[in-house]
Design a protein around this ligand. Sequence first.
Ligand code: SF4
Length: 291
Amino acid sequence: MEYPTRNHPSSFHQQTIVYPVISRRSRGVSIGINVSPTKQCTFGCIYCQIHVARTKNAEELAVLSPMIDLERLRRELLATVGSATSGRLFEDERFRATLPEFRRLNDFAFSGDGEPTLAPQFPEVVDILRSIRRELALPQVKLILITNSTTLREERTIAGCDALTAENGEIWAKLDGGTEADYLTMNRSKVPFSTILENLRFASRRWPVKLQTMLLRLRGQAPDSRWIDHYCAAVRHILSAGGTFRSIQLYTVARVPADSCCTPLDDGEMDAYAATIAEKTSLPTEVFYSK
Ligand code: SF4
């Protein structure tokens, strides 16, 4: 599940699994964990760069193993944490301009080149993150799963999410429309929309969940009132079934999208949508602009 506001490659120097980014959302250093070497995903979002790479390099990716080297993950994570907490990270040219208040380690986030819960080792990787967090005495560091919401009721995902949320963990789960048609337009998936809604209801009753929603201009058209009404009705439907969300994160296109028909909304439009959605769902909204 691609991190929507990270305008960074999911690699760092010689590292292939762990990569630091300065996250506007976290207001600090977020250490991304890329558990998707084959870029596997159950969505083909119209705004996703990774989806483009997946399609272009399908043959090459088909022969790769979905397994990652867990020892390597450990080594890379220890090195990256050491670099961030000692301040060495900010000597690197990519991080030199980091504002003083952002020079703090905020989280380890499952993100990267695909849907992380599809990774065969997802629960094992959660265990490694938990053990490093404990070993290095980093109780303030959050564990974040960024997911497209398609597997949230599957056994392995439940096991991983139970472990992750037992230690300052949070799930950021995607909902990009309020009807089957709107969802299919944005996410191009074989997973039925009803499954996404049921997964979100289940997850939000069990774990701390923030919703993530992409708002964009599609072939020149911003979301209209019908789109927003259906979206808010879908959120209210989950809430009325006992779900609860910490907030709704609204973001727009921040990098070259998969499909050139997607363009970003401007800051004023995002603010207006955020106000309407907050009013219609009674949930707090957080806005992430295109720049
Ligand atoms: S969920 Fe969408 S944005 Fe995330 S990796 Fe899959 S296709 Fe890309």
